[in-house]
Ligand binder design. Structure first.
Ligand code: FAD
Ligand code: NAI
Length: 326
């Protein structure tokens, strides 16, 4: 029979759960606190083009996800990305090509989440604060005091710390989510009028303040001048979590110039975004969490490990658990 299901969080895990459940005939309603959707698939729209400031690309290893990816590629929702790949380690910058296939949303990372949401119902700018059980139903209370419902089942697809608060009615689930530590990441986007004098299009960084450098404008579909997205390392981000965006931009620019070994002109655009819950500290193998007796479930990358593919797999897993529970 058809169930009415609320999903809190319209990142890739929530969207994957929503698609699997609605394809099986259930009535699904997504909620997200943001104005948009996609969660950590995140693209900042600027007059210099769209800049991917969250997930940079994704890889695909699990067979079911690879089959799904093939459909996305055929539909043009994602494309290959084969950057000139480098590694910066022990003060040395060197090419580091490999055979790994990497994929990007088109024409921006959130292009993928946008397409996957087609036909699904999303209430955006709605932060759910509390779940209330009124046997046999669930009601969702938002931070404006409005209630949404009734629902037969609820799936919490928010990052672990936010999920833990919502999962309170199922103590074991709340405790499990509360055990997951999520680590911060400062992301900086820079746009230069003239292309920087370097062949680097992507770079893994092993020491110092940074973790990752990418030339956003080397990705297919991205329009505009030479744009870069740089992620600070977890340790640096944690140590500078309360710095101002301007301080962070200055420090990241300096580190970037040192790694690329070229002069950086004044950028025509700069932006810093602080991700407080960028990635789970460790990978675990839960897949998803379930309290079938209550009809309460949880999914997200933190149930498998901080990658786009894992978010999608966790959403599929929660849908299977929910439907298996009848
Ligand atoms: P999210 O995308 O975080 O979605 C959760 C959603 O829940 C959000 O939209 C949020 O607004 C919403 N929400 C939270 N609380 C509430 C509430 N109370 N009420 C309503 N809505 C709520 N992965 C890769 O594979 N490759 C990469 O290159 C990569 N780079 C990354 C770089 C950065 C800087 C970051 C931050 C992440 C990166 N990742 C990368 C990880 C990847 O982005 C995540 O694993 C994946 O997007 C997580 O999806 P999710 O659906 O589990 O969570
Ligand atoms: P992947 O297979 O491209 O990379 C995994 C890791 O392997 C890289 O982080 C890097 O350390 C290493 N690596 C891969 N190819 C390399 C090469 N050619 N040279 C040197 N090192 C190489 O992608 P996968 O497994 O899908 O991982 C997702 C990526 O998302 C990771 O890079 C991870 O760090 C990043 N991520 C970043 C977050 C953040 O907060 N900045 C959060 C979550 C994920």
């Amino acid at each position: 029979n058809t169930l009415s299901i609320a999903i809190i969080g319209a990142g890739l895990a929530g969207i994957s759960a929503a698609r699997h459940l609605s394809e099986a005939g259930h009535q699904v309603q997504l909620f997200d606190k943001s104005r948009g959707s996609g969660g950590r698939l995140s693209s900042k729209r600027t007059e210099f083009g769209d800049l991917d400031i969250g997930a940079q690309y994704f890889t695909a290893r699990e067979p079911g996800f690879r089959r799904e990816l093939k459909r996305w590629l055929e539909a043009g929702w994602v494309a290959d990305w084969e950057p000139q790949l480098y590694l910066y380690e022990k003060g040395q910058l060197r090419p580091s090509e490999d055979d790994q296939q990497r994929f990007i949303g088109m024409p921006r990372m959130t292009g993928l989440s946008r397409q996957l949401l087609e036909g699904l119902s999303l209430t955006s700018s709605c932060r759910i604060q509390r779940l209330r059980r009124d046997e046999p139903h669930w009601w969702l209370e938002d931070d404006q005091g409005s209630e949404h419902g009734p629902f037969d089942r609820v799936v919490v697809a928010a990052p672990a710390p936010q999920a833990a608060a919502l999962l309170e009615p199922a103590v074991q689930l709340a405790q499990a989510a509360a055990r997951i530590n999520m680590l911060p990441c400062w992301a900086v986007a820079l746009v230069f009028e003239q292309p920087l004098d370097t062949p680097v299009q992507a770079c893994f960084v092993r020491d110092g303040a940074l973790d990752w450098i990418s030339r956003n404008s080397s990705k297919a579909g991205r329009k505009g001048p030479d744009s870069w997205v740089i992620h600070a390392s977890t340790d640096w981000s944690a140590a500078h979590v309360d710095d101002s965006p301007l301080q962070v931009i200055a420090a990241v620019q300096q580190a970037l110039a040192q790694i690329l070994g070229c002069d950086l002109p004044e950028p025509v655009f700069s932006h810093a975004h602080r991700w407080l819950y960028a990635r789970p500290a460790e990978d675990c193998q839960w897949g998803a969490l379930a309290a079938p007796e209550l009809g309460l479930y949880a999914c997200g990358d933190w149930c498998l490990g901080g990658r786009v593919e894992n978010a999608w797999l966790s959403g599929r897993q929660v849908a299977r658990a929910l439907m298996g529970a009848g």
